[in-house]
Design a protein around this ligand. Structure first.
Ligand SMILES: C[S@@+](CC[C@H](N)C(=O)[O-])C[C@H]1O[C@@H](n2cnc3c(N)ncnc32)[C@H](O)[C@@H]1O
Length: 195
């Protein structure tokens, strides 16, 4: 399934102002813009942001709808500063999309920051690693470049924490983009919640 099809299936169309947290090279940011969102992509890696910005030069539509910033997703103030820089009259995000990045951060700090930058009623969607991913990495000593700094997030601990900081309608879902199992165990899982 293409990223655009996945976003349509997730209902991530016409959301308004969307934060793509840990946007990397901007692949999801551009897909989010194609399905009619205004996108603020943030990442701490300058090289990734440079590549993402280069892609915008090929389309006036994308150039208009997507802006990138070097921002740490654990820091709500700088995320909001980026939003104000891009859209002076907007105070908070309508949605946060975070694909395969939250586990690289202090995830509790990051999820609390997401709550603070979202409008009440705004949508949070993120994917993170399931138990299959960790076991596969440990047992096969894959230890690819992310594995050594991946923090463990169980579905239960994640939903418990989201509820404790005020998120509602918390749902653990399967990730339609990367629906892989390892010996029957999830490789990736997705979480959706309402601020
Ligand atoms: C596995 S990549 C995923 C990139 C993109 N979301 C995608 O799916 O193609 C993880 C990204 O998170 C970024 N990242 C890691 N820690 C971060 C942080 N604290 N704040 C913002 N971005 C971060 C990395 O630089 C990297 O680009």
């Amino acid at each position: 399934m293409s990223k655009i099809d996945v976003l349509r299936e997730l209902g991530f169309t016409h959301m308004g102002n969307v934060l793509d947290a840990g946007c990397g090279k901007g692949e999801w940011s551009t897909a989010l813009a194609v399905v009619d969102n205004v996108v603020i992509g943030i990442d701490t890696n300058q090289r990734n942001i440079n590549i993402a910005e280069d892609q915008l030069l090929y389309s006036t539509y994308l150039y208009k709808c997507v802006k990138y910033y070097i921002v740490n997703m654990e820091d709500d103030i700088t995320m909001l500063n980026a939003l104000h820089d891009a859209l002076a009259n907007i105070d908070k995000f309508d949605a946060v999309f975070c694909y395969s990045a939250v586990y690289l951060t202090n995830w509790k700090k990051t999820l609390a920051a997401f709550k603070r930058v979202l409008e009440p009623g705004g949508t949070l969607y993120f994917t993170t690693n399931g138990i299959g991913w960790y076991l596969d990495n440990i047992l096969h000593r894959k230890l690819h470049r992310f594995a050594w700094r991946a923090n463990v997030m169980s579905p239960k601990a994640t939903s418990h924490y989201l509820a404790s900081i005020g998120f509602k309608d918390i749902r653990i879902e399967k990730d339609p983009y990367y629906d892989l199992k390892w010996h029957g165990l999830d490789y990736v899982f997705a979480v959706r919640a309402t601020a």
